[in-house]
Design a protein around this ligand. Structure first.
Ligand SMILES: [Zn+2]
Length: 659
């Protein structure tokens, strides 16, 4: 635990000073609660310099926003705004009802980029896009390209699936990024008019509606924080309280699909559409913290606990069902039909980060690490112009590569695609990578906490004016050596806290000439520090077997291999013949061996003759076949060498021993 001193939720007291500086002197923070056990740092305080994440952030900045803007221009999603402005809307409007949100998520990514680097290209893109959006806003603040104009359906006539408020929520998040990185501008003014329209229309005396896709809540809450205006947070609370009472029409997937089946305070686990459930949970944490609602905070913690324990993949991926992109029941975690939408990974990080800021609990930043390496990092291609939407843990046949100019009609397929008909994931990856510096470290009254390890410079100030400045040097996760170099010495003591991941049994720390073992959790070192001194955390990176809970039926009898924070997988193209991946069994008594690319395990390929019926009276033999070293590589890198079959969970040989 950290040594924080502020209450996570002061009992019943409304948030006091909510005058977030505009723009944020910390360089912009995606989430800035007025209270919490720890405080987030901004993009000007934590700068990534190369390494695993710095490289990905650079590739993202160099290619992804321009890629997304070009696709949205080509498909007419941007021109939808022009049509509304020019009064030329028609029934053949291109894009789904939520295509506006992709423009807003792109704007959010661009805003974080300008905060991080001051990139003039990103600045110009923000101005260009904002001008087109602003023209489409109605005089009363309503802004949507799918409803309410010409022969389009009337405003708010399909709250279940129309995504109007969802779109507005993303507009507000983009405006928060802009406000905190650049201050008030046209985008912020557009967002304020839109937010005021929502409050007028859906306030206490207005329509008692909610949006089928939560997002307006999390957008309103942070917008209220950024402007220091509590009425937006209140509106978010109102939306949260209205949900779960059958407020929306029932649909074939059931009201659990949009979390309108049970009030959020009463739910025990996340259910229904995963991104919806998680955006709602993120908003609930915001509202709980701002309004001093400890019961609501505890409800989200309880849902996190049950869902992480029973409804989450080893990758951190969430969502077991394709039909509704949703959570399954407890233990329903099939690897081949795993949905694990990239956006659900983004949303899971949003929830865990908010819970961590409120409580300081390291389990949340542990899950963030798992999700970053095994969901977020898996999605984008190396050059940032193609993406995984679904992230299954088992691909039975190699996918068909989508052409670079093709819109992929479906979320699954085993290859990264340049764009999708439903293209929520690319812009979600873009905004997350652009703001990643904001998720690496925090401060409290007495020091600095480093949660995620990447080469970076951290420069922060504690509330009493003490400056904390360190540089992190590491090749993590390829190596487990993390050097934290103190950049500025201090006479007065402060506490440097380093997260030791839950998997890191056998970690050590070296400081002041001595080395000692450290346990998983938060390692806290409180003293004065000399400029230039180095504290070295050594995490054990030897690959290891990981066994599933036997109640996860779909992978009973299988084992996975992990190395550090990375889940590894076997790719079919590394085996002698296509189809071998179906027969592969591994020796559970051998130990995975380190390998430059990942790891090796002892495996063999028993003969699996085709039969007319796949079931037999006797347990099939698997003692045949020579043992050989099966190569494994990080899951996040799968299919980068071309289409391939792949699996994370490896069946163990029933007769296999290390003899
Ligand atoms: Zn998505």
């Amino acid at each position: 635990m950290t040594t924080g001193t502020t209450d996570p939720v002061p009992d019943g007291s409304p948030a006091e000073a909510r005058t977030a500086p505009v723009p944020d002197p910390a360089g912009g923070r995606p989430v800035l609660p007025p209270h919490g056990r720890v405080r987030p740092l901004g993009l000007a305080q934590v700068s990534l310099s190369g390494g695993f994440w710095g490289g990905r952030q650079h590739a993202n900045a160099a290619a992804t926003p321009a890629h997304c803007e070009a696709w949205m221009e080509r498909l007419g999603w941007l021109a939808n705004f022009d049509r509304v402005a020019d009064g030329t809307t028609s029934p053949d409007r291109p894009g789904w009802s939520f295509s506006d949100s992709e423009v807003y998520k792109l704007l959010e990514a661009l805003a974080w980029e300008t905060g991080r680097t001051g990139d003039p290209g990103a600045q110009a893109a923000i101005k260009r896009l904002t001008a087109r959006i602003a023209r489409a806003q109605d005089p009363d603040g309503y802004l949507n390209t799918c409803y309410g104009h010409g022969d389009q359906p009337p405003r708010y006539s399909d709250l279940e699936m129309g995504h109007e408020l969802y779109n507005t929520g993303h507009l507000l998040q983009a405006a928060v990024a802009r406000l905190r990185t650049a201050g008030e501008d046209d985008l912020v003014r557009v967002a304020r008019r839109a937010a005021d329209h929502v409050c007028r229309t859906f306030g206490e005396d207005g329509l008692r509606g909610i949006c089928g896709h939560p997002e307006i809540e999390v957008g309103l809450a942070e917008f209220g924080r950024a402007l220091g205006e509590e009425r937006y947070v209140e509106q978010a609370r109102l939306f949260l309280d209205r949900r779960g009472h059958g407020t929306l029409r029932d649909i074939p997937l059931g009201r659990a699909y949009f979390q309108d089946d049970i009030p959020i305070r009463q739910a025990d686990a996340w259910r229904g559409h995963a991104v919806r459930a998680l955006y709602l949970a993120a908003a609930a944490v915001d509202v709980a913290v701002d309004l001093g609602d400890a019961e609501l905070l505890r409800a989200v913690e309880r849902q996190w606990e049950r869902s992480v324990a029973r409804r989450t993949y080893i990758t951190g991926g969430m969502g077991s069902r394709h039909q509704d992109e949703g959570f399954g029941e407890d233990w329903e975690l099939p690897p081949d039909r795993a949905y694990c939408e990239t956006c659900a990974g983004v949303a899971s990080i949003m929830v865990s980060w908010r819970l961590h800021l409120a409580t300081g609990d390291v389990r949340y930043t542990d899950l963030i690490e798992r999700t970053l390496y095994n969901v977020i990092a898996a999605s984008p291609s190396t050059d940032g112009t193609a993406f995984f939407y679904a992230n299954p843990l088992h691909q039975r046949t190699p996918g068909k590569p989508a052409g670079p100019g093709e819109v992929s009609p479906r979320a699954e397929g085993g290859t990264r695609a340049a764009w999708f008909e439903v293209s929520c994931c690319p812009t979600n990856v873009a905004r997350t990578l652009a703001s990643l510096g904001g998720y690496l470290a925090t401060t409290d009254d007495d020091g600095l906490q480093i949660h995620q390890y990447a080469p970076c410079a951290v420069r922060a100030e504690l509330p009493d004016g003490r400056r904390v400045a360190v540089d992190v040097e590491t090749g993590y996760p390829e190596t487990g050596t993390i050097r934290v170099r103190v950049a500025a010495g201090t006479r007065s003591p402060w506490t440097l806290s380093l997260r030791v991941p839950a998997w890191a049994d056998g970690a050590t720390v070296t400081e002041d000439g001595g080395t000692r073992p450290v346990s998983p959790g938060m390692l806290a070192i409180r003293r004065s520090f000399r400029a230039g001194e180095v504290i070295t955390l050594e995490l054990p990176m030897r690959p290891r077997f990981t066994w599933p809970d036997p109640r996860i039926d779909a992978v009973r009898g299988c084992v996975a291999v992990e190395r550090g924070p990375e889940v590894l997988c076997v790719e079919g193209l590394d085996l002698p013949a296509p189809g071998d991946l179906d027969a592969l069994v591994v020796d559970p008594l051998s130990e995975p061996l380190p390998d430059a690319a990942g790891a090796r395990v002892r495996g063999r390929l028993p003969a699996r003759p085709d039969r007319p019926w796949a079931y037999a009276a006797a347990h099939p033999a698997d003692a045949e076949g020579e043992w050989f070293d099966v190569p494994l590589r990080p899951y996040h890198g799968w299919a980068r060498r071309g289409p391939t079959s792949m699996r994370v969970w490896l069946p163990v040989s029933a007769s296999g021993t290390s003899s």
